[in-house]
Design a protein around this ligand. Structure first.
Ligand code: FEO
Ligand code: CA
Ligand code: CA
Length: 765
């Protein structure tokens, strides 16, 4: 609870607990002026595809943010502590964490009476206490070790985890000297931490809006009318809250970087910003049409895009254009759970056909040109106070508790487990489809396991098989690996259509000696037997979390994006935060209690770089790439490259991506809690600039950053601005920003952004 900030709108809402609000700008008391946050500033009209002014205007020569200039730009004190976002969507149940007595926001942005801290702090009941004291001593020893010693440790195969990064606060003159020479290969001029109503990109780059919620996708789509939303229109228009996106060159198999398809997830909706006068808690008062609009706004879009100079635009009336929605798209189920009794419903007695996909968060692309889209927090949609006894343990582990954040069950009984007890087993999968064929039927690939999939990213193994890496985004959940049984056929994309149905699913167990064991989740092996209610591989994948717990997997600090580096073949995992981790629960891979800022962890397969890597190996090594947070604050325990600037540190890493040189790009979700906007940071992963994170892009207020994804030549970066304006008390009628239109009456609109370098060239330099 906020107790020391007079008039703070977050008082009692579970914010300010981190002590980091205000950041290096000095913080200061919250200056309450609600109108500021709601008033549109005077500004030039919005031009679609227009350049975005770079941030040099708000930089002093010292490189620090100029407070008065920030006010002038945004009409709001962006350096003051901010109210909470309407929803922390990445936290199952929307937990706001830094409170002894937690509150919860619903998907519609209002604190509910559900005290999940007491009843259900997280779903995994098997969290262990792995050697906290030993780890603590190891950390202390390494933090004080000379850099050469740490590098030697890294060179020895990362025999210990926390080995490689000194604290920025301790670098002194040596660090300043390194900063002066900038050992990073990334040459762009950083932007500062800031937050206002617009987005911002580094000087010398264009950031333009490509497509917004409500823009046409299908040829016959009507013009967007925010005062009259209909399901029929929404099914043809761009959906809400874009998250993952992938770029697919045209023609298929080419490296065309100026003409291709964009495939984009629509994770969830924010009704307080979609409708005027909407009671954000009123899931029981919504009309059937409103609920159908919500269902139509979920899912996925495919659009055709083209580059012209430094700008990109959507190709109208494309033959590839497609909308996938929860309302009407039929999806096939494949793999070990397909047709199982636990997936059968009255509408689908075969257990092989599902209408729709839910909470499509991050995702990935395959080498044969298909999309992988994740089903994350699907528990939010299911009503039913009494769970079916046969599935009670299963559903509880996934957070299904009869208190949905959406009222869909009122008109679509399949979302009421009292009426359709098996429907939740039909969500929580990875979905694959072919974007080049708008008639292709998406497929839920059950062999990859069922949990709150953040995404899935792939790399071809040394032996030609495919390795898939995936995170389960909830506190104390796990990281997974899947190795296909058969090889990828790059010459014949159609030959791979069932590749993801057969293989071995593994879960990660991290040891303090810097090794990572992959434990197979295979029916009949270890504890995965009838004695523990596993009667087939279908049971194992349906209850992958429970199977993983029984195998002894390491509970992590919310594994979000997990992605192999195509150059080095090591795998980077964003662990976004976990303030519920207690001191006695700290381990080497999750080394901080009350982990507010998150960290990025690198997993290294044996065998060598690139195609030499042996992803099928049972034993990897691992190390922590960065411990996020403010390195100037010792209490954060942050660790970066010593030359990291005062703008270069970050919080709450969510998505990761790699440019063609294998450099890491990180998008964040949760920095707003610390007084600055979410955005994009980039770093080398090798050489003298390793882990020197640099700040490239900032979202408008209330938003999180999703993506990014680069064209094959690395000259365009696409990313998604999700839930702009999702601030406390921000509504359709009085939003905290009207980005990107900045037009009276137009609400903020989740949008896809393209970034190019003025005059051409690689993103990042
Ligand atoms: Fe939807 Fe875990 O982010
Ligand atoms: Ca995410
Ligand atoms: Ca990614």
């Amino acid at each position: 609870m906020c107790v020391g900030v007079p008039d703070c709108p977050a008082a009692g809402r579970g914010f300010h607990g981190g002590g980091g609000v205000g950041g290096w700008l000095g913080g200061g008391p919250w200056r309450k002026d609600k109108r500021r946050g709601r008033r549109d500033p005077p500004r030039t009209p919005f031009f679609r595809r227009a350049d975005v002014t770079s941030l040099c205007l708000v930089m002093k020569s010292s490189g620090k943010l100029h407070r008065s200039n920030v006010f002038a730009q945004g009409g709001r004190d962006h350096t003051a502590p901010r109210p909470p976002r309407g929803r922390d969507h990445d936290q199952p149940g929307g937990f706001h964490e830094n409170e002894a007595s937690m509150t919860q926001t619903t998907a519609h942005g209002v604190v509910s009476s559900r005290d999940t801290d007491v009843e259900e702090p997280y779903s995994n009941p098997h969290v262990v206490n792995p050697m906290a004291e030993v780890i603590s001593k190891r950390l202390a020893t390494l933090a004080n070790a000379p850099i050469g010693r740490r590098q030697a440790l890294r060179g020895l195969g990362a025999l210990t985890a926390i080995s490689v990064l000194p604290t920025l606060g301790a670098v002194g003159a040596a660090g300043k000297a390194m900063a002066a020479t900038n050992p990073s290969t990334l040459s762009f001029k950083e932007i500062p931490h800031l937050m206002d109503q617009d987005h911002h990109v580094a000087e010398g780059y264009h950031a333009g809006v490509l497509i917004r919620w409500g823009d046409p996708v299908l040829p016959e789509a009507p013009a967007f009318d925010p005062t009259h939303l209909t399901a029929a229109a929404q099914l043809k228009q761009f959906g809400y809250n874009n998250d993952f996106l992938g770029y697919f060159p045209l023609e298929r198999g080419s490296n065309n970087s100026s003409h291709g398809l964009l495939t984009i997830n629509h994770e969830y909706v924010d009704r307080k910003l979609m409708w005027s006068g909407q009671d954000p808690e009123g899931i029981d008062s919504q009309t059937e049409e409103q609920i159908n609009v919500e269902m139509a706004a979920h899912g996925h879009s495919v659009i055709e895009v083209k580059r012209d100079g430094d700008l990109w635009s959507v190709v109208p009336n494309s033959r590839y254009a497609r909308r996938i929605s929860t309302l009407e798209t039929e999806i096939r189920v494949s793999g070990p759970a397909a047709g199982h009794d636990r997936l059968k419903t009255s509408a689908d007695p075969t257990g092989t056909r599902v209408i729709g996909t839910l909470q499509n968060c991050a995702g990935g692309v395959t080498p044969w040109g298909t999309v992988l889209i994740a089903e994350e927090n699907f528990d939010r949609y299911f009503n039913g106070a009494t769970l079916p006894p046969a599935e009670e343990r299963n559903y509880k582990r996934l957070g299904i508790n009869g208190k949905p954040d959406y009222g869909w069950y009122r008109f679509h009984p399949r979302f009421d487990v009292a009426k359709e007890p098996n429907e939740p087993n039909r969500f929580g999968w990875m979905v694959e489809f072919d974007p080049y064929d708008p008639t292709s039927v998406p497929v839920k690939r059950t062999a990859l396991g069922r949990f709150k999939h953040e995404g899935a990213n792939v790399i071809i193994n040394h032996d030609g098989r495919l390795a898939v890496y995936a995170g389960d985004d909830e506190r104390f959940e796990f990281v997974y690996k899947f190795i296909t049984k058969n090889k990828v056929d790059l010459a014949n994309p159609a030959a791979n259509k069932d590749l993801l149905d057969e293989g071995t699913l593994y879960v990660g167990k991290f040891a303090a000696d810097g090794t990572l064991a992959w434990l197979p989740l295979v029916f009949g092996q270890g504890p995965l037997t009838p004695e523990n209610d596993f009667h087939s591989q279908a049971d194992v994948v349906i209850e992958a979390r429970r199977a993983a717990s029984l195998m002894g997997a390491t509970p992590m600090d919310r594994p979000e994006d997990v992605e192999p580096n195509p150059v080095t073949a090591s795998i980077f995992m964003a662990l976004t935060n976990n303030t519920k981790r207690k001191a006695e629960q700290v381990d080497a891979a999750n080394p901080r209690a009350t982990n507010e800022h998150g960290h990025v962890l690198e997993m290294v397969p044996p065998g060598g770089k690139g195609r030499a890597a042996k992803h099928e190996a049972d034993l990897f090594t691992w190390n922590i790439f960065v411990l996020c947070g403010n390195p100037a604050k010792p209490e954060d325990g942050a660790r970066y490259h010593p030359a990291t600037s005062e703008h270069g540190w970050l919080s709450c890493p969510d998505n990761v991506a790699f440019d063609p040189r294998g450099r890491l790009w990180i998008s964040t979700d949760g920095a707003t809690k610390f007084g600055y906007a979410d955005g994009l940071w980039a770093a080398d992963v090798e050489g003298e600039g390793r882990a020197l994170t640099r700040h490239f892009y900032a979202t408008p207020t209330g938003a999180e950053m999703c993506g990014p994804f680069l064209t094959p030549d690395g000259t365009t970066m696409f990313c998604c601005v999700q839930h702009p304006g999702d601030d406390k008390d921000s509504t359709f009628d009085a939003p905290s920003t009207r980005w990107p239109d900045f037009k009276e009456g137009m609400p903020p609109r989740p949008s896809v952004v393209f970034i190019t370098r003025k005059g051409g060239g690689e993103i990042g330099g």
